[in-house]
Design a protein around this ligand. Structure first.
Ligand code: GRF
Length: 201
């Protein structure tokens, strides 16, 4: 299966997918990395791995619909079977969802529906939960609201700060993402109500 990864940051999730795709048995290859930020560290990882990169900067477009269209065009070119949003800090608009909906997986560093949005780790820490974690879900029109495919729990330690907790979550997150992207790629992905499932049922 052909994967296109969307990212805005360091790309530790991408790094894990690039390591996994070296094994032909994984059944999926990252064919391109698309970012909204020219300075995203993940772009360097992609280049080092010989994977195509594209930057689609919102500032280069007059309005949001034009950016949505340009993002869809950039991804379409690579004919993905699955689009993986791994630390992509933009909301995917209707044009993008119309074209790739049902085939977009997102990873979020909290146990959705708890702590959605751009500061899930900080919000969990501030709330005082003893257990948080990460979620892989199918992207829908909302923010971190789509049908859940898999989750993993991560303990919050008393001396955690946002950075230490996020690093511990990211260890679990990249394992969860690699496992379930692989299964979705090999077995197929479908949605039944609030659940996303692999396999053809
Ligand atoms: C990940 O924890 C992702 O869930 C969150 O931001 C982080 C991105 O990390 N949205 P990286 O860029 O994959 O290292």
């Amino acid at each position: 299966a052909r994967l296109v990864v969307l990212l805005s940051g360091a790309g530790s999730n991408l790094a894990a997918l690039l390591a996994a795709h070296e094994d032909p048995a994984y059944g999926a290859r990252v064919v391109a990395v698309v970012s909204d930020r020219p300075d995203a560290g993940g772009l360097d990882l992609a280049r080092a791995a010989g994977v195509a990169t594209v930057v689609v900067r919102p500032a280069d477009f007059s309005a949001r619909p034009e950016w949505d269209g340009a993002l869809a065009q950039a991804v379409r070119v690579f004919a993905p079977d699955l689009v993986v949003s791994a630390g992509f800090m933009r909301i995917l608009g209707a044009p993008f969802l119309d074209e790739f909906g049902g085939r977009i997986l997102n990873t979020h560093p909290a146990l959705l529906p708890a702590f959605p949005g751009a500061h899930g780790v900080r919000d969990a820490l501030a709330y005082g939960v003893r257990v948080t974690g990460c979620t892989v879900h199918v992207v829908d029109a909302g923010v971190d609201t789509g049908p859940i495919l898999a989750q993993a729990a991560v303990e919050v330690l008393h001396d955690d700060d946002e950075a230490s907790l996020h690093e511990r979550i990211k260890v679990a997150e990249r394992e969860l993402l690699v496992t379930w992207v692989g299964r979705a790629a090999r077995e197929g992905l479908r949605v039944e109500g609030r659940r996303a499932l692999v396999g053809h049922g």
